[in-house]
Design a binder for this molecule. Structure first.
Ligand SMILES: [Cu+2]
Length: 266
């Protein structure tokens, strides 16, 4: 994966060492082009750089716990303010989210949600965003703790890829990419949500508008079986939390599961 390695090398020399164990999305690749994500240290820059990534105050690379799952911080991370630019992408494009790091212990589900901003993602009120779940992955095999999609994310140079539905109508959208780490989730307030929001200006000739959707403050409850969950037990299944996958893009979700979408780039 030469492109990713090159990005990682470039970033490794440009960024100070990160001491925290968990992570944030440091970059996004859309249509083969790299865009910088939000890094909480950017808040000390003047002016604050233009990023499509929402400006969250997660300086510690931290997380949102279940006791805040009904509060605004679950939408786009801690004290998040709107991203002030957009990533241009075509409907049907592959999008890759690149985390700065991810610990192997932090196993759990990964999600991609999308919400229409109406006319402007840089000013939209995050509490009004109604999200549609586009993509999800979680438990793969084994138990105690087993193999999870987060292990694949780590193997892929801390990256997660998704496809924007080819039939999605053009417009301004927030994609909310999220990992929920379950290593401490056997206690009722122990799950760790790491939501990351990115603004996209999506073009193309699709005609499917989002409808319905769920506000992020209604996604998860501490008592959900996929939120309070003992990773270190002999489990035989896992109930993925949150709203069900969208049926608006059935064809696309079949495309997404085609092996070619998982082929490693060389
Ligand atoms: Cu952590």
């Amino acid at each position: 994966m030469a492109p990713f390695s090159a990005y990682l090398l470039a970033l490794g020399s440009a960024l100070p060492a990160l001491v925290s164990a968990h992570g944030h999305v440091q970059g996004i690749i859309a249509d083969g082009k790299w865009y910088t994500g939000w890094n909480a240290e950017m808040k000390y820059q003047n002016p604050i750089p233009l990023t499509a990534g929402w400006q969250a105050d997660n300086l510690d690379n931290g997380f949102i716990s279940p006791d805040s799952f009904a509060k605004p911080d679950i939408v786009c991370h801690k004290s998040a303010k709107n991203g002030n630019s957009y990533i241009p992408a075509k409907a049907g494009s592959k999008i890759t989210f690149l985390w700065n790091t991810w610990p192997v212990s932090h196993k759990g589900p990964v999600f991609d949600y999308i919400a229409s901003c109406g006319s402007d993602c840089t000013t939209v009120d995050k509490s009004t965003l109604r999200f549609t779940k586009l993509d999800e992955g979680a438990w793969l095999s084994g138990n105690d703790p087993g193999t999870w999609v987060t292990d694949n994310l780590i193997k892929g140079n801390m990256s997660w890829s998704m496809t924007i539905p080819s039939t999605l109508a053009p417009g301004k959208y927030v994609i909310r990419h999220e990992i929920i780490a379950l290593h401490a989730a056997s206690s009722s307030n122990g799950a760790q949500a790491y939501p990351q929001c990115i603004n996209f200006d999506i073009s193309g000739d699709g005609t499917t508008a989002l409808s319905g959707g769920t506000v992020a403050t209604s996604f998860y409850k501490a008592s959900d079986p996929g939120i309070t969950f003992n990773l270190y037990s002999k489990f035989t299944g896992y109930t993925i939390p949150g709203p069900s996958l969208s049926k608006l893009f059935r064809r696309n979700s079949e495309e997404r599961r085609h092996p070619r979408d998982f082929v490693t780039e060389e």
